[in-house]
Write a protein that binds this ligand. Structure first.
Ligand code: ADE
Length: 343
């Protein structure tokens, strides 16, 4: 069998954070890749680094620019913490990430995995990095039936990697483990064991247990929230509002919405009686669903033409919506429709 490092050298994907692995680039990549697939990250990554080329630029960026750069990636607290951490790095470390595991891990938004990844990939430190990919690979190799979300499992794997990691090749080792999980021991679908450098060691494969490992304890069902989303338009302008600065999708912009389903007649009445505008038409746009980690939004939507945009909202044109305000993906289905209407 091919050893891990040799396998990685030959089979690794060419990815922008791998070609030029200075610490800031590795850091941004690891934050973007949390809960997010490589293909989804790629279009965001270079643009982010172009607009915010170093840690001091990130520290000084206006919130609106930051959220716009992250628009559609989800889990927006990641980018807020990224900026907070950049500010700490500027104040305490002169604008360069410290080459020290504990100092890196103490920064906002950086946990054990991310600190281990940054330090082993960018600084050559022998720090293990156990993410979902690595949990899947190791639980299979070791035939571990324990819940991979348990802290004790992660601790055990970290110790194992710490002992195994070649001290001169920490970057290739960490990325090799992640890469096996991403492209061989894949998260959905059948693992490509014949391509795996760890196949001869893998107990789950040997014993035919690939369907039951990794094991995850069932989690409780998500809460369902019903909403009506209103695209309120008046002569090529649309209504948006800023979300509260705490909680789900904090500080992002959204289309006006209510937290229950409304009929077309109720929409008309709500806008005329409570918001004092004249409704010219109400067109149903159908249903849409968005799944967050702990909640699901079940939405119905209406396109509403009015004589004016109600005063409580921001009235924005298509260009501003595209270039300035960050609207989360939850509204994607209706956003598309609005773009057509405002075109
Ligand atoms: N997922 C998390 N870190 C990664 C990396 N460095 N390369 C590819 N996928 C990853």
């Amino acid at each position: 069998p091919v050893p891990l490092l040799e396998w990685y050298r030959v089979n690794r994907r060419i990815l922008p954070w791998r070609e030029d692995p200075w610490p800031y680039r590795v850091w941004v990549s690891e934050i973007m890749l949390q809960q997010t697939r490589v293909e989804a990250v790629l279009p965001y990554y270079e643009r982010f680094l172009r607009e915010l080329p170093d840690i001091s630029a990130l520290a000084a960026a206006p919130e609106e620019q930051l959220l716009k750069l992250w628009e559609g990636l989800g889990y927006y607290s990641r980018v807020r913490n990224l900026q907070k951490a950049a500010q700490v790095v500027c104040e305490q470390y002169g604008g360069e990430l410290p080459s020290d595991y504990e100092a890196v891990k103490a920064l906002p938004g950086i946990g054990e995995y991310t600190a281990g990844a940054i330090c082993s990939i960018a600084f050559g430190l022998p720090t293990p990095a156990v993410d979902g990919n690595v949990l899947r690979v190791l639980s299979r190799v070791l035939e571990s039936h324990e819940d991979i979300l348990k802290q004790s499992v992660k601790k055990h794997f970290e110790e194992l990697l710490r002992e195994t990691m070649p001290k001169e090749r920490t970057s290739a080792f960490t990325q090799g483990m992640i890469e096996i999980g991403a492209i061989v021991c894949v998260p959905n679908g059948k693992p490509k064991c014949e391509e795996c450098p760890l196949e001869s060691l893998c107990l789950a494969e040997r014993h035919g247990l690939l369907d039951s490992i990794p094991y995850k304890a069932p989690k409780k069902p998500r809460k369902i929230e019903e909403k009506t989303v209103l695209l309120i338009c008046s002569s090529k302008k649309a209504a948006i509002r800023k979300r509260p600065d705490q909680g789900l999708l904090a500080s992002l912009y959204e289309f006006p919405n209510t937290d229950h389903y409304l009929t077309a007649d109720e929409v008309r009445e709500y806008l005329e009686k409570e918001q004092g505008v004249t409704v010219e038409s109400v067109e149903p746009l159908g249903n849409a669903k968005h799944i967050f980690s702990h909640v699901e939004w079940h939405m119905n939507g209406y396109l509403v033409q009015t004589d004016q945009i109600p005063r409580q909202y921001l009235a924005v044109e298509r260009q501003e919506l595209q270039n300035r305000y960050a609207i989360p993906n939850a509204f994607q289905a209706y956003y598309q429709k609005l773009m057509e209407v405002l075109a």
